[in-house]
Structure formats: C-alpha cells, structure tokens
Ligand binder design. Structure first.
Ligand code: HEM
Length: 547
C-alpha cells in the first residue's frame, strides 16, 4: 500500500458509513466537475498507445464495473487487452499495468513519479509548507538509517509502553463484551499513539496523537477541496473545510516547545541523546550532508531566505520548521500500519485454524500474563511473521502504486505514456500470479500463511515476486533479471511497521478474545474502495477479556 493508498483507506479509519458515502459523493462531484471542465477546455484523447477499454457512459467510464466486482473486471480486461491498457475511472484515464511493465513502474523513479501523485493528485505540497514537503527525501533517508532491523531493539520498550497505554484507554478491563463497529478506527488510534511516542518521544500529548491520527484523512478531504478551488481562495477554503490548519497549530503549540527544550538541554554535557525521530532530525544537516546541500541549493526545504534565517538563529527558528515534520511521517506510516493490523484481525476471525496456531506460539513464547515482550521474543515469532507476510500479500491493491508521468515515458516494450498521465500497477495480480518452473502460471489466492514459512528469504519484510506491498525489493528485481535496479523508494518503514504490528497483535491476543457480533460467519477480510484500494472490511467485532 503506497502513500496515496494510505489516504484512501484512511477514510475508513475514522469515519462512519454515512460519512464515507458523503466523501464518495464529494469525490464523484469533484471528479465530475474536473471531467466537464476538461471537456469544455477542449481536452483531447491521444490516438496512439496501449488499447483503451471501451465504455458507454462518459465520465462514469468503468468506475461502476470496477467498484462492483473488481477482480472479475480486471480479469476480463487482462484476458482481452493483455498486460497494459487504459481504463477510465473516477473521471480520468489511467494506464493499468502488470507483469514486466508493472515491475518497470515500480522501479521507475523521477520519470514516473510518486511525487507527481503527491503533488498533482493529493496536493500535499499545498497542505504542508515546502520546508516540510520538500524534506521528504531526507525523511525517507532517515528511516533507512534509523529503522533498520539491527536498531529496532531500541524501540521495543517504547512500543510496548504506548501499546499498553492505548489498550488501557481504548479497551481497559472489559467486564462485558465491547462491540466495535469499525475496529480499524480503534487500531488506528493505537498505532497513532505508538507513532507519537516513537516520533516525538514520551513528551507528546493526546492532542498531538489526535492530529497525527487524523492528518491523513484530512489530506484526503483537502485534496477534493483544492481540486475545486481557485488558487487565491485555497487558504480560506482549507481553513473552513478541513482541519489541516488545526493540525499545524497543534504541532506548533505542543511539539515546538519540546524541540526547544531539547535544544536547550543538549548544551549540557550530561545530556543523554533520545531515540526518537525529532531527536535524530535535530542533527539532520550533519547526518545527511549531501542531501542537505542538494536540497538547500534547490530551495527544496523552504525558501533560501528562511534557511538563511534558520542558520543565523537556529534555536529560535529551527523548532518552527521541525515541529511539522512528524505530520509527513504520520502520513506515510500510521494508516498503512493500522489497516494491516485490521486485516490481520479480520483474517484471524475468518480462519480459526490460523488463530489457534498463533495463540499456541504466543503461549509458548509468553506463558505468563505479565511476561514482557522482549526484542528476542519478537524475533522468535516465526508463525506470526509468516502470517503477517500472507496478510500483506492479500492486502496489496487491485490498482496501486499510482505514479504520474513527468515527461512522455516510453516503456521497454515501446508503450508510450504521455506526460501528466497516471499509471498504476495491479499489485494483487503480481502477488497472486505465480510462474511455475515449466513456464505455466498458477493463480494462488488462497490464504495460506505457512506457504513460505521455512524459506529463508521469504519473510514479511523482504520483497518477493509474491510480496510487493512495500514496493520493489532486491529479491524481486533479481527475479526479473534487473538486479542492478530495484526501487530506490521501497518502503523504508517496513521493518518498523511489521515489528509494531507483532507487538500490538500479541498484546491484543493475550488480553482479549474477539469475534463477529453474534458469532456470525465473518465476511471477507479485505475490501476495496472504488474497486482499487485495499481497505479493511468494515465488520463490527466484539471484544471481551480473555480471563
Ligand atoms: C504496513 C505498513 C506499510 C506499507 C504497506 C507501506 C508501503 C509503502 C509503499 C508501497 C511505499 C512506496 C514504495 C515505492 O515507491 O517503491 C512506501 C514508501 C514509504 N514509506 Fe511505507 N509502508 C508502510 C509503513 C510505513 C512506516 C511505518 C513508515 C515510517 C515509519 C513508512 C515510511 C515510508 C516512507 C518515508 C516512504 C517513502 C520512501 C521514499 O520515497 O523513498 N512506511 N511505503
């Protein structure tokens, strides 16, 4: 699930069904207006390029068919039009690809760009100041350094503390079963609490947790508003229709003083460096001198004037800049991790046999109620790891990893994608379609967590041909004969994400039983928004104390 997908699924994390309908309606209205505008302004279709799947109703295009039965629709299109074709969804033409070209999209960097999606479709560059949005490469670089497997043990305790606090607040002791209409919403708040502690430290407060939790959903809302509003009205429109300015305010009010205090304390020789994101970022210019120079020269991290003032008065101005950075971080991390936890819970409800195996493993590793989950114990959760790998394999998008062509882009087979057009990958198809040794293909869509259990490189975080949810990894690139060039952007937060999920799920399983209301048979664990974006199925669950 990529950054843009986080947004769409974020809707489910904190909205009711009614709100979702109103969002979809707003989205439809926005895209309808965009479509009509393009028609009025004389938008034309390019005649050449990959086949276009025909449709009858203008603007609606394939939206309804895709929404109704996405797998059937895409299966039929794949059979008829091959690896690459255009469909028309939500008022826009999108290139859909899979197979070799799918990997090519995942590997591409600046020509087919995720940044284009963040800017052109989500307008994230208008929702965060340039010194925050322009910082995202350094943000990713910092994740690559700090959230590696050999540093995760530094976070075990913080994750546990925050997970326990969140569980106590949101569930506590349950003398009576507690029904959650949208379990994802609760998981989202648990992950936000953990993220606040990891990114900002123990000094964070509830208002900060709330802003971090809600930011992604508000970006989604704002994307619609910004698409509709002329530039001179945008600031006002944002102020009255979304909470984005409020989230900025919260971070400046609460996080800025934390940074200022830390900067003061750091002058003391006895100061012990903390292990959290804002602490690391206080020294980012020393950590990433090359990236810093590059960014400053482009003015990418804010205006040159602002950077000059910051360098002259660092203690005064740097905290203002740094205070908003955790929002960018939350955007990349919280929703994807909480959605994955929600799928995991749904799968456990759907598959009691799998649940039994996981409970047995937890019972063996942590036999007593008050056992602490140490780093060593997390490393021994072999069944949990295999289970999460399968959860993530099934959680990939029908149409994901959306990228915008920054120039006319020619694929290796000669397919042309015009500048400004959007391409997305059939991630689920990549995960499910297995090439056998004899060249035949098998479609492996059963949920079998133990399928790769004893294969050394097949774990929850290594990319593989059947595991693309984090982007294109080295193993996948090798499989496709391009070992020199995997994706530069493969999710750097994946080690942390899976680590957090293991700890949260273990606590949940140890403390609570959960089932569908009335013990009814569960519906499917993964659902799709607009037929494209994998989201947790909204399925009320009942939680009760294990003891
Ligand atoms: C299950 C949870 C997660 C999923 C499924 C996920 C998925 C992804 C995907 C698909 C990408 C784009 C890869 C590409 O362009 O090749 C990505 C990028 C990114 N993710 Fe994650 N992610 C998750 C959790 C996290 C967490 C917890 C963090 C931070 C702590 C994080 C930080 C990032 C960042 C910073 C990028 C941008 C990388 C770059 O531009 O180089 N993600 N993620």
């Amino acid at each position: 699930m990529s950054l843009i997908e986080n947004l769409f699924s974020a809707i489910h994390s904190h909205l009711s069904n009614d709100n979702i309908i109103s969002y979809v309606a707003t989205g439809a209205a926005v895209t309808a207006s965009g479509y009509l505008l393009r028609q009025v302004l004389g938008g034309r279709r390019e005649p050449a390029g990959p086949p276009r799947v025909p449709y009858t109703i203008p603007f609606i295009g394939h939206t309804l068919e895709l929404n109704k039965n996405p797998r059937k629709f895409l299966k039929e299109c794949n059979a008829k039009y091959g690896e690459t074709y255009f469909i028309h969804v939500l008022g826009a033409e999108t290139l859909v690809t899979q197979g070799k070209l799918g990997y090519e999209v995942m590997r591409a960097d600046s020509d087919l760009s995720m940044e284009g999606t963040l800017r052109d479709i989500l307008h994230l560059d208008k929702l965060l100041p340039e010194e925050v949005f322009g910082f995202k490469d350094i943000n990713a670089a910092s994740m690559r350094i700090y959230y590696t497997p050999n540093r995760l043990h530094k976070h075990t305790e913080d994750i546990q503390i925050a997970a326990k606090e969140a569980l106590d607040d949101l569930f506590g002791y349950l003398p009576e079963p507690k029904k959650l209409d949208i379990p994802h919403k609760t998981l989202h708040r648990i992950i936000a609490r953990i993220s606040a502690r990891l990114f900002i430290g123990p000094e964070h407060n509830q208002e900060v947790v709330d802003s971090m939790a809600l930011f992604t959903g508000d970006v989604m809302k704002a994307a619609g508003v910004l698409t509709m509003t002329p530039s001179f009205l945008r600031k006002t429109a944002l102020k009255y229709t979304t909470n984005i300015p409020h989230h900025h305010q919260v971070m400046r009010k609460h996080v800025k003083p934390i940074i200022e205090e830390r900067m003061r304390q750091k002058n003391d020789d006895a100061y012990i460096k903390k292990e959290d994101y804002i602490e690391w970022m206080m020294e980012w210019e020393n950590e990433f001198p090359d990236l810093t120079a590059d960014h400053n020269s482009k003015g990418a991290c804010g205006s040159r004037v602002l950077n000059l003032f910051i360098s002259l008065f660092p203690t005064l101005l740097f905290p203002i800049k740094l205070a908003l950075w955790p929002l960018m971080q939350s955007f990349a991390s919280i929703n994807s991790t909480s959605a994955s936890c929600a799928w995991a819970i749904n799968w456990m409800v759907a598959r009691p046999d799998v649940y039994e195996v996981l409970m047995r493993e937890i019972g063996e590793l942590l036999p007593n109620d008050d056992d602490v989950i140490t780093h060593e114990i997390v490393l021994q959760m072999d069944h949990m790891d295999a289970f999460l790998r399968e959860v993530l394999r099934h959680g990939a998008e029908n149409l994901g990893l959306r990228k915008v062509a920054m120039r006319d882009y020619v694929f290796s087979d000669g397919t042309l994608l015009k500048k400004g057009k959007v391409v997305c990958v059939q991630e689920l198809q990549l995960n499910f379609l297995k090439k056998n040794a004899d060249g035949t293909m098998t479609y492996e869509d059963t949920f079998d967590p133990w399928r790769t259990m004893h294969q050394k490189t097949k774990n929850s975080v290594n990319g593989a041909a059947d595991h693309v949810i984090f982007g294109l990894g080295k193993h996948q690139a090798k499989l496709h004969g391009r070992s020199e060039n995997h994706s530069k952007h493969m999710c750097p937060g994946r080690y942390l994400a899976v680590y957090v999920m293991k700890i949260v799920l273990t606590y949940l399983l140890k403390r609570y039983k959960f089932q569908t209301v009335n013990g009814a048979a569960p519906v499917r664990p993964v659902d799709y928004l607009w037929g494209m974006i994998a989201i947790p199925m909204i399925q009320p669950l009942e939680f009760s104390n294990r003891k």
